[in-house]
Write a protein that binds this ligand. Structure first.
Ligand code: NAP
Length: 257
């Protein structure tokens, strides 16, 4: 019998912008299961908000981490090695593309916009994993957040679809490479949830409606459902699962039309 008891385990959670963030929903579940947490923020603008949220989960640390900055990622790993000695869980809930690259034609995406989106949203999984890996001494579980645009054409998703495709391939390749170290790597492919990042997608409200109409469960998912799926993948409940993309989308992706 496996119970979800994460006491004595440590989780680094990237991608909390505010209380709507999918990473925040996962962080809340991990805390409730007893894990010690560190949340990060990218830039001073978000510091106060993340600190305020962290204060509601006693014992939670907060550090700065722009995932495009190798030095900041390294500093986070060093700080957590000093504080905790080990990390068992990593939540990678970070993505970014320039507004103009989500609005025009995909074919017109300039190389700078393409590279930036892939750096923040996909390459960062490798960068953070590389620094955290030495701390996963007894193994660990890594979860990232993806979307159906990795495998299907989605209006307005443009370069973010490219980034998610690379992200999902990276999940499989990392799972293969890190498996012998007992480190599991999985993705949650979430249905649309109204967050800061999602509202940057043109026509998002219409997308929410279409998604709910077509999904077998006849509704959209909640961020709490993503939080619980995250808890499953990060805990020993999923000890036999790695390299997987778990659809948490009310069944939307099984439908042909
Ligand atoms: P969110 O609350 O806006 O979270 C996105 C996070 O990424 C923000 O904290 C953002 O910080 C951070 N970020 C951007 N650039 C960064 C950088 N250089 N360094 C560190 N952090 C950076 O939105 P969310 O919807 O929860 O997104 C979390 C993940 O879920 C993303 O990968 C997203 O693609 C994925 N996802 C979302 C949905 C959805 O419908 N919401 C569906 C499927 C997948 P800033 O605010 O400073 O940019």
């Amino acid at each position: 019998m496996v119970s979800i008891d994460l006491n004595g385990r440590h989780a680094l959670v990237l991608g909390v912008a505010n209380h709507r963030s999918l990473s925040w929903a996962i962080a809340q579940q991990l805390h409730a299961a007893g894990a010690a947490l560190c949340l990060t923020y990218a830039g001073e603008r978000l510091k106060a908000g993340v600190e305020e949220l962290a204060a509601t989960l006693p014992g939670t640390r907060v550090l700065e981490c722009d995932v495009t900055r190798e030095d900041q990622v390294a500093a986070v790993a060093h700080a957590l090695e000093a504080a905790w000695g080990s990390i068992e869980m990593l939540v990678h809930g970070v993505a970014f593309a320039r507004k103009e690259d989500l609005e025009g034609r995909f074919v017109d995406t300039p190389v700078e916009g393409f590279q930036l989106a892939l750096d923040v949203s996909a390459y960062s999984l490798l960068r953070v994993t590389r620094h955290v890996l030495p701390l996963m001494k007894q193994g660990g579980s890594i979860v990232t957040l993806s979307y159906l645009a990795a495998e299907r054409a989605v209006p307005s998703y443009n370069v973010m679809g490219s980034a998610k495709a690379v992200l999902e391939q990276s999940v499989r390749q990392l799972a293969f490479e890190l498996g012998p170290m007992n480190v599991r790597v999985n993705a949650i492919s979430a249905g649309p949830v109204s967050t800061l990042a999602a509202r940057g997608i043109h026509g998002f409200t219409d997308m929410l409606k279409k998604h709910a109409d077509k999904a077998p469960l006849k509704r959209n998912i909640t961020k709490e459902e993503v939080g619980r799926a995250g808890l499953f993948l990060l805990s020993d409940l999923s000890s036999g699962v790695t390299g997987e993309v778990l659809m948490v989308d009310a069944g939307y992706s099984i439908m042909a039309w």
